[in-house]
Write a protein that binds this ligand. Structure first.
Ligand code: ADP
Ligand code: MG
Length: 251
């Protein structure tokens, strides 16, 4: 079954067609990469999925519902969690305090969360924090200030915060950007582990090592259009893909 279905999506900025009749389907339980040269329309497509921009026409269907026109927080609540290039964590707070933010938001609602509220479920919150931090190997560092962590550990913390929201689809925008090789490989391993639990992922990525390590399906965007979709093996040898990269901007 297709969890995310993008159909006939167009977006024009001034005279420029940033998205040109984009069709893309992410099947439930798979890791789907969206690749393409600079300026291909990847970020625009991501923004159209998460509700940061509204396409000129076409449909974006998530879990059977058209989400075009919905607000970003509604789309997030519907089950789409996103991870941006720069980890979105609070650098001045500890790992544990960061982890409490999504857990409290889940308990109280994002706009009325009250960290000072004492309640019977406090032990339950700590149990949950333990569970999600253990999952990403950060429980042992729970009192460390998040800002002092390596890029890879920051990403681990952010992923733990995302996973605590129980997402149906994890959208990742260059999750290893700016990382050293060891952190990149570490992140690949963690993402593999998350994918193996059946969480669907759509990943926008420049680094082909990351793409080929994770993706089961790949859609190649060039000049706003999906020029090819296929398995990694098919994409590797497709002449259209080569031409898109060689004829355009850097990979
Ligand atoms: P990618 O993420 O693949 O590098 P983008 O989606 O950022 O590509 O951009 C696709 C095209 O749309 C580019 O030519 C870019 O300059 C243009 N573009 C993106 N956002 C805007 C905007 N807000 N206003 C005008 N042009 C934009
Ligand atoms: Mg971009």
């Amino acid at each position: 079954m297709s969890l995310l279905e993008i159909s006939g999506v167009n977006k024009t900025f001034g005279g420029l067609k940033a998205l040109d009749d984009v069709n893309l389907s992410v099947r439930e339980g798979t890791v789907h990469a969206i690749i393409g040269p600079n300026g291909a329309g990847k970020s625009t497509l991501l923004n159209a999925i998460i509700g940061k921009l509204i396409p000129d026409n076409g449909t974006v269907t998530f879990n059977g519902e058209d989400i075009v026109g919905h607000k970003p927080h509604e789309i997030n609540q519907a089950g789409i969690s996103r991870v941006f290039q720069t980890p979105e964590i609070f650098g001045e707070l500890s790992i544990m305090e960061n982890m409490m933010i999504p857990l409290l938001a889940h308990r109280d609602g994002a706009f009325k969360m009250n960290p000072w509220k004492r309640s019977d479920d406090e032990a339950d919150l700590i149990d949950k924090a333990h569970h999600f931090l253990d999952d990403v190997n950060l429980w042992g560092k729970k009192d460390t200030i998040a800002g002092s962590l390596s890029r890879g550990d920051k990403r681990r913390l952010e992923l733990a915060m995302c996973l605590s929201q129980d997402p149906k689809l994890l959208l990742l925008d260059e999750p290893t950007a700016g990382m050293a090789r060891a952190d990149t490989n570490n992140t690949i391993d963690l993402l593999k582990q998350i994918a193996s639990r059946g969480i669907t992922m759509a990943i926008i990525e420049h680094d082909m090592h990351v793409v080929f390590s994770l993706a089961e399906r790949i859609s190649v965007l060039a000049q706003g259009h999906v020029i090819v979709e296929g398995t990694p093996e098919e994409i590797k040898v497709d002449p259209k893909v080569r031409e898109a990269y060689l004829g355009g901007a850097e990979v």
